[in-house]
Design a protein around this ligand. Structure first.
Ligand SMILES: Cc1ncc(COP(=O)(O)O)c(C=O)c1O
Length: 393
């Protein structure tokens, strides 16, 4: 099947998925980004993108609906599409036979953690980090051991090693939930960093679970290194999904991949876990990975432009804010401690500026005084958001 090239919204201009939908159209959406706050609030908080569906995805879904193809998922099409995408983009081909369909990334993480840890065992995380890492792990009855990122917002190997020691005290099993790329800082881990992680995890008997949901969203200047492609990662797991890059969170499906020496563990995952993924989800994610590359490239151009624009806007209008452009993801981590707005600057921007950002303290240690801004929007909305933030000061 062939699909038309993405069309520019203005004839003659390059296609920009971030500039297609008007604010009025976006406000008609019923997803949480647009419904959590009153209409006068500009929402740049939760990780949803202000983009239309990629055409190949819309086409695949439309065909499925026309056929009434709305039963249960079957086969390995999603895993095969991921394998081809990962081989083409990252030079790593995950083994289809070591890949399992899961409902979404967070539930996939939960199920993998159940395979390698028991109640009360420790899971190491790197705050500030995506808040559900704390919440889901606690809900599962596992103990959190924090290994905060360094001041440069990168992994601190000494801190990580010390956390591995604490996590495995008394010879207990433990896991490490790695966020790669890292949400909220947009840090993209290098091969050398990941090899050090693998070496240290192996030395302490810690099982690594890499959340690579943001992997397709690595921006120019950095390169995604799949955790399972590094030396020493054979006993690790990775969770991948098309949901962030193609904005498919409402179409539930994700994949858990096991390293060669973790395949036996993954095989113990109960069959019913896969029943939580939706067939339409698997269809949409498969189409995104198979045919959505051109659309993704257009998105990455827009995100690269937006991260530069945000840097300029912050320098000009929010001089007290320190900001490092993300290497990947569409999230920007703003250090607002210089503004004197207290632990939760997002609360002030919301109340006085009517702009919704992610609250830093929700991200755990290191989050106080920070806010997370979602760059996955048009340059106009981004500019207006910063204007409102400056007006709140
Ligand atoms: C790092 C990370 N993992 C997982 C998720 C959620 O993924 P899912 O909806 O597939 O559970 C997000 C959503 O933003 C995320 O940023």
């Amino acid at each position: 099947m062939t699909f038309p090239r993405p069309r520019p919204s203005v004839p003659g201009e390059a296609f920009d998925p971030l500039s297609v939908l008007s604010l009025d159209e976006l406000r008609r959406r019923t997803s949480v980004k647009w419904r959590a706050y009153p209409e006068d609030v500009l929402p740049l908080w939760v990780a949803e993108l202000d983009v239309p569906l990629a055409e190949p995805v819309a086409r695949a879904l439309t065909e499925a609906v026309a056929l009434g193809d709305t039963g249960y998922p079957a086969g390995t099409g999603y895993a095969e599409a991921l394998a081809a995408f990962a081989a083409a983009r990252w030079g790593w081909r995950p083994a289809v036979e070591h890949t399992a369909l899961v409902p979404d990334v967070m539930l996939g993480i939960t199920e993998v953690l159940k395979l390698v840890t028991g109640p009360g065992d420790a899971v190491v995380v790197n705050p500030p980090v995506y808040p559900p890492f704390h919440a889901f792990v606690r809900h599962l009855g596992r103990r959190i051991v924090e290994a905060p990122l360094g001041a440069d917002l990168r992994l601190d190997h000494d801190v990580l090693e010390e956390a591995f020691v604490r996590a495995t005290e008394g010879g207990r099993p433990a896991a490490y939930l790695l966020c790669s790329p890292h949400n909220p800082t947009g840090t993209v881990h290098t091969r050398a960093e990941l090899e050090r992680v693998a070496e240290s995890a192996e030395a302490h008997g810690v099982r690594v679970v890499a959340d690579e949901i943001h992997a397709p969203l690595v921006l120019p200047g950095a390169e995604h290194v799949p955790y399972l492609s590094v030396r020493g990662a054979e006993r690790g797991f990775a969770l991948l999904s098309a949901s962030k890059a193609w904005n498919l969170a409402g179409l539930k499906a994700a994949l858990a991949v096991a390293g060669p020496e973790a395949a036996g563990d993954l095989a113990r995952m109960p069959e019913e876990v896969g029943h939580g993924a939706s067939h339409l989800g698997a269809i949409a994610h498969t189409a995104a990975l198979r045919y959505g590359g051109e659309w993704l490239d257009a998105l990455l151009v827009g995100l690269d432009r937006n991260r530069l624009l945000l840097g300029e806007l912050v320098d000009r209008r929010l001089p007290g804010v320190r900001h490092r452009a993300p290497q990947g993801t569409y999230l920007a981590w703003l250090d607002c401690r210089g503004l004197g707005l207290g632990d939760d600057p997002a609360a002030v921007f919301l109340e006085r500026g009517r702009v919704a950002l992610g609250s830093g303290p929700d991200f755990g240690t290191g989050g106080a005084g920070h806010a997370r801004l979602n760059l996955g929007t048009s340059p106009e909305v981004l500019t207006e958001a910063v204007r409102r933030m400056a007006g709140a000061l």
